[in-house]
Design a protein around this ligand. Structure first.
Ligand SMILES: Cc1cc2nc3c(=O)[nH]c(=O)nc-3n(C[C@H](O)[C@H](O)[C@H](O)COP(=O)(O)OP(=O)(O)OC[C@H]3O[C@@H](n4cnc5c(N)ncnc54)[C@H](O)[C@@H]3O)c2cc1C
Length: 283
């Protein structure tokens, strides 16, 4: 099985601070990590490779420093890493990102053979749009299975995969043909640490680095800022909530406190009390 995993290097959001005066994100000194959602997809790709043989290639589009994320993926167990980096990708929105990634995947298939499964994370912790996986599937013209919670079975001979997908109000069990694109849900597996051999291999590994020309990207007007119709109108930090948690005062029960709080809510919105009373009395 040949499996490709799209990974993105993101700032560790747990360590991001918003400037108290300018309200801008302070990126300086913030460490970068592999987007955590991508690790669940990487783990699933490695499990399939371990079972059926083959190879796992990780791909990222980003600045030269994104090679660090690829090296971490190699240390976890990926076989090959490809960095797609070029000034012409700067300012890419999700439309341009999916174009560059899908063109690079076509080139990977030319060089290393057709990919049976393409994995992506469910979403990123920085951009957070969850558009890139489905967008890449659309551009590659392959089926997409998002929010996958479990891969039940995979049959490389029949070229079939059966999996569970979380849907509104339940779980769908789906069988589909390969090739397809899958995005895994968080917590769907336990991400391995990688062996010492993997770490040594990762430290010495040559990261394959492609420019737009190397990746044979056909139309540069679809890349970067030129190919990005999205306009960010405003970026702002959410206003902190003013409501504070209420303590249950000594001597009062939780019921007393709840009653007092509901009273306070109704005092702020009289129509809400009316509506609730009507609902409760069945009108
Ligand atoms: C107008 C505009 C300008 C922008 N300019 C820049 C810029 O200059 N520099 C910049 O870094 N970002 C820029 N961005 C952000 C950039 O568009 C997104 O980071 C990128 O398109 C991915 O979107 P996302 O983070 O929402 O990914 P999602 O759709 O949430 O990601 C889903 C999955 O897709 C895969 N994926 C996403 N991005 C990549 C990637 N780059 N490589 C490999 N796999 C990936 C991962 O598996 C990820 O888990 C810009 C956005 C806009 C709207």
């Amino acid at each position: 099985m040949k499996i490709l995993v799209c990974i993105k290097q993101v700032p560790d959001s747990a360590q991001i601070r918003v400037h108290p005066v300018t309200n801008t994100i302070m990126r300086q000194g913030v460490p970068t990590i592999i987007n955590p959602y991508d690790l669940f997809s990487l783990e699933e790709a490695l499990k399939i490779r371990d079972k059926f043989g083959g190879e796992v290639t990780v791909l990222t589009m980003g600045p030269p420093m994104a090679s660090e994320a690829l090296r971490k993926a190699l240390a976890i167990g990926a076989d090959r890493a490809i960095l797609l980096t070029d000034r012409s990708f700067a300012g890419s929105d999700t439309l341009a990102t999916t174009y560059a990634l899908s063109q690079a995947i076509r080139k990977i298939e030319k060089v290393y053979g057709d990919q049976d499964i393409v994995f992506a994370g469910k979403q990123t912790i920085d951009g957070d749009t969850a558009q890139v996986g489905p967008g890449v599937a659309k551009r590659l013209n392959i089926l997409q299975l998002t929010y996958v919670s479990k891969i039940e079975s995979c049959d490389p001979e029949k070229r079939e995969i059966i999996l569970e997908r979380r849907a509104e109000g339940g779980v769908q069990v789906l069988k589909t043909k390969l090739p397809c694109l899958i995005t895994m849900l968080e917590g769907s597996n336990e991400v391995r640490r990688g062996t010492i051999d993997d770490s040594l291999r990762a430290a010495r590994a040559q990261i394959v680095t492609w420019s737009a020309k190397d990746a044979e990207i056909a139309d540069l007007t679809k890349c970067g800022l030129k190919g990005s119709p999205t306009i960010v109108k405003k970026v702002f930090a959410p206003t902190p909530r003013t409501d504070r948690a209420k303590l249950i005062e000594p001597g009062k029960t939780a019921g007393d406190t709840a009653e007092a709080m509901i009273g306070a809510i109704f005092a702020r919105s009289a129509s809400l009390e009316e509506d609730m009373t009507k609902l409760a009395s069945g009108f």
